[in-house]
Design a binder for this molecule. Structure first.
Ligand code: C2E
Ligand code: MG
Ligand code: MG
Length: 406
């Protein structure tokens, strides 16, 4: 394996003892390019000299005069492209809040350390560092105009990808979620985050959903005819639920495709506040009477909340990935995960965990009562044509998993 270059490190802490301790630990771990600063002002002065630019900053949050949070603001102004490790004696939730704040400034955080810092924990975090060229490329989020999105829909440039959903208890593949991608003639594959909001804001979401829905139903029918029975989930926006004919349209398409209605799931996220909740409520109740399944997506975020759950006849609750990923190792997330799961169970809804990214997330879920799991660890969103091969490889992984863990 190629050696990764060592990062240039800046250590910023107001306590001389901590500076000494951290530089000693770093030296022992083999990091030679280390600069220490006893105050944020001193660090900013150091930045002023040409060539002084760290790849990684170990930042104490609690400092007199300029504290760590204020220093981060200066880093934003300096367009700092390196990473941070946050150090503090504050409690876990406080540190997590600061991590979120720093990430919101688009500065990457390798993690946080509680004082007293141990060499092992420091080494674990430093191990996560990778040089900028090897880290994930930054996808420039280009804003698309309504005309471009309209043309994409009309020209058939939207392509459905499908991500597997599996039963946690048995590993059986129960269905797929349809996730739309735009195969842009120049920009390559464009993700929904870059065009769904445009479609919602410019009255194009109905056309988009119709294309996605009909494509997904036709594909499900192909799988069904090939002996592969899968539930198919489609994402719908609140904007789809403001015209009363939506329920009839969906039911009509489902019947025309020859798919049993209970095999179709509509995942609803409420990204905007409802002006008049009566119309969506009527549409959803009618869909439910037609035996189409309803899922509350991203539960616990935005407006996808208790009030929605109280009012709408959902069958499925998707625990947002921000409460799943890493919940095994974080008390706050675990509490939120448990509360969401408990709600789903008490309301007799199926619980789906999104964002199962690694073995730890999966092992954690297997110990819970959660019904269904979805995430990169299981399978990424893929072309319809790749699904049979993925199912084969999943079966092989399952045999190992379910034989070795009783
Ligand atoms: P969502 O419905 O909550 O879909 C899950 C998102 O999480 C997808 O992002 C998926 O690729 C991603 N994901 C899946 N597993 C993992 C994981 O293990 N880790 C992480 N970090 N992410 C994971 P995607 O495809 O970019 O879609 C983003 C959102 O765009 C969707 O969130 C959904 O709200 C919306 N969307 C996608 N397709 C459509 C559509 O056809 N219509 C509408 N209205 N919205 C759509
Ligand atoms: Mg969804
Ligand atoms: Mg979601």
């Amino acid at each position: 394996m190629a050696e990764k270059p060592a990062p240039r490190i800046l250590v910023l802490d107001d306590e001389p003892f901590m500076l000494k301790l951290l530089s000693h630990m770093l030296a022992k771990l083999g990091f030679a390019q280390v600069t220490i600063c006893g105050s944020a002002h001193a660090a900013l002065e150091w930045f002023d000299s040409p060539g002084n630019y760290p790849d990684l900053i170990l930042l104490d949050l609690n400092m007199p005069e300029m504290d760590g949070i204020e220093f981060v603001r200066h880093l934003v102004d300096l367009h700092y492209k390196g990473c941070l490790i946050l150090i503090s004696g504050e409690g876990e939730r406080m540190l997590q809040a600061v991590v979120k704040l720093v990430q919101a400034h688009k500065i990457s955080v390798l993690g946080h350390l509680h004082k007293p810092v141990t060499p092992e924990k420091l080494a674990t975090l430093l191990d996560k560092w990778s040089p900028p060229s090897q880290s994930k490329p930054q996808i420039a989020s280009k804003p698309y105009s309504a005309d471009e999105v309209r043309a994409a829909i009309a020209n058939g440039e939207l392509v459905n990808y499908y991500q597997p959903k599996v039963a946690v208890a048995t590993g059986c593949v129960v269905g797929v979620e349809t996730l739309v991608r735009w195969h842009h003639p120049h920009d390559g594959v464009v993700f929904p985050g870059q065009f769904i909001a445009v479609a919602e804001a410019h009255g194009l979401i109905d056309d988009l959903t119709r294309v996605v829905l009909t494509g997904a139903l036709a594909q499900t029918r192909v799988w069904q005819d090939a002996g592969l029975t899968l539930r198919v989930a489609i994402n719908v926006s609140m904007g789809n639920l403001d015209s009363l004919d939506f329920a009839d349209f969906v039911a009509g398409q489902v019947a025309m495709a020859g798919i049993p209605p209970h095999m179709v799931v509509l995942e609803v996220t409420e990204s905007q506040l409802m002006e008049d909740p009566r119309v969506p409520l009527e549409i959803m109740t009618r869909l439910r009477m037609k035996r189409i399944r309803l899922s509350i997506d991203d539960f616990g975020t935005g407006h996808s909340s208790l009030a929605q759950l109280r009012d709408m006849p959902f069958d499925e609750l998707k625990i947002d990935q921000s409460f799943v990923l890493g919940a095994w190792n974080n008390k706050t997330l675990r509490a939120m995960f448990d509360a969401s799961l408990g709600l789903a169970k008490q309301l007799k809804m199926e619980a789906v965990a999104e964002g199962v990214e690694d073995q730890d997330d999966w092992d954690f879920l297997r110990k819970t009562e959660c019904d269904i799991a979805q995430g990169f660890f299981i399978g990424k969103p893929m072309h319809a044509a790749s699904l049979p091969d993925w199912i084969n490889s999943w079966q092989i992984r399952l045999q190992k998993e379910f034989v070795t863990t009783p």
